[in-house]
Ligand binder design. Structure first.
Ligand code: KG4
Ligand code: ZN
Length: 347
């Protein structure tokens, strides 16, 4: 038994990114991502059948440079300690492409295969930040509160350690990224809408329009974003599309502020409730500039340690899946694989 960092090869294909990565501990040796954004953009959302077909096409092209990197380190497939793959939640046809490929790789060299929950991957993505002062091999998941804000989720999670997750708040309807994407669609801005709204909002006034904030019951840490989308839709029905760039920017900034106010306030309440002094923000929407600013403010107000992944690891990638497996390997948790499109994080 040794404490050396495991060499992990991981695949991710749960939604519209086909990704492969090679990680040693939490050090990324290679991370390849093929995005299907252009394929789904004209439909304004991900088309499951098209996603599966494109994962099939993209898998070998993303794997090839990762295997080349392995060869550069004078290593072979048999030198990999373990393989990892996202086994849920996600689109079932899309998940199966990655899972079957990973099964083949692991079986070929007789090594373990870890099925990883997609959100556990996001939770581990903060460990991908390069840190010169830290021994990357000893990195682990310290107890913290996590806000997972992605295209499919809005969750507050009490993280006690690897594999120890308690969901304390979640969306009752739309996910955070979904709210952004639907707003962008209503405004005719293209897909995915999050980054576009983020950019436009930076030049707008957040108090130009008053959009509703759904606080729900007094002690609830849950979210609801569908009313906000309806409210934007009603606004556009009444007033028409914004007439110029600055009116559009104001609308985006005001819409965004309604989302972020709720995210920040519920996060603040969750910190008080759990007593956590460490806050991580992960998922595609963790790339949002306004959210990052407000989280940093919250951190300095409450004396918190705040972490978010580097921008390139906010969205879906395989490096985060590899790190999750690396933590499980180090913690001596037995690998499991159970393909499930509706897999939950805390069962
Ligand atoms: O984590 P992710 O890549 O996929 C899921 O697992 O869902 O998240 C994608 C979501 C999309 O809805 C996209 O619009 C949103 O993240 N997103 C953003 C930004 N960048 C990506 N939302 C707001 N601001 C951004 N800068
Ligand atoms: Zn994701």
């Amino acid at each position: 038994v040794t404490n050396r960092a495991p060499l992990i090869l991981a695949l991710e294909s749960s939604c519209d990114e086909t990704a492969a990565a090679l990680v040693e501990g939490s050090r990324v040796l290679a991370s390849e991502i093929a995005s299907q954004i252009e394929i789904h953009a004209r439909f304004g959302g991900v088309v499951p059948e098209l996603a599966s077909r494109h994962h099939l096409d993209a898998l070998i092209p993303v794997l090839k440079p990762v295997l080349d990197e392995l060869a550069k380190h004078e290593k072979k497939l048999a030198d990999i300690d373990a393989f990892a793959v996202t086994h849920g939640p996600g689109l079932v046809g899309a998940l199966l492409i990655g899972v079957q490929a990973a099964r083949g790789l692991a079986a070929a060299v007789g090594k373990p295969l870890y099925g990883i929950h997609h959100l556990e991957g996001h939770l581990c993505s903060t460990l991908l930040a390069p840190d010169e002062n830290e021994n990357t091999h000893s990195k682990s998941l310290s107890p913290h509160l996590a806000l997972i804000a992605s295209g499919g989720h809005a969750l507050l999670v009490d993280v006690q350690g690897v594999g120890k997750y308690t969901i304390i708040g979640q969306s009752r309807d739309d996910a955070v990224g979904e709210a952004y994407d639907k707003a962008a669609k209503l405004l005719g801005l293209g897909y995915p809408g999050g980054p576009i709204v983020d950019r436009l909002a930076a030049h707008g006034r957040a108090d130009a329009h008053r959009f509703p904030r759904a606080w729900l019951e007094p002690h609830s840490l849950d979210f609801s974003f569908s009313g906000l989308k309806t409210s934007l839709s009603l606004h556009l029905n009444r007033n028409g599309q914004p007439q110029d760039r600055s009116a559009l920017a104001d609308l985006c900034a005001s819409f965004q502020e309604a989302i972020i106010d709720v995210l920040i306030e519920k996060t603040r309440r969750a910190l008080l409730q759990t007593g956590h002094k460490r806050l991580h923000v992960v998922g595609g929407v963790a790339a949002n500039s306004r959210l990052r600013t407000k989280i940093t403010e919250l951190g300095s107000q409450h004396g918190l340690i705040v972490a978010a992944p580097p921008l390139r690891y906010c969205g879906d990638n395989a490096a985060m899946i590899a790190v999750a497996a690396s933590l499980r390997w180090t913690a001596k948790l037995a690998p499991t694989l159970d393909v499930d499109p509706g897999l939950s994080l805390d069962d």
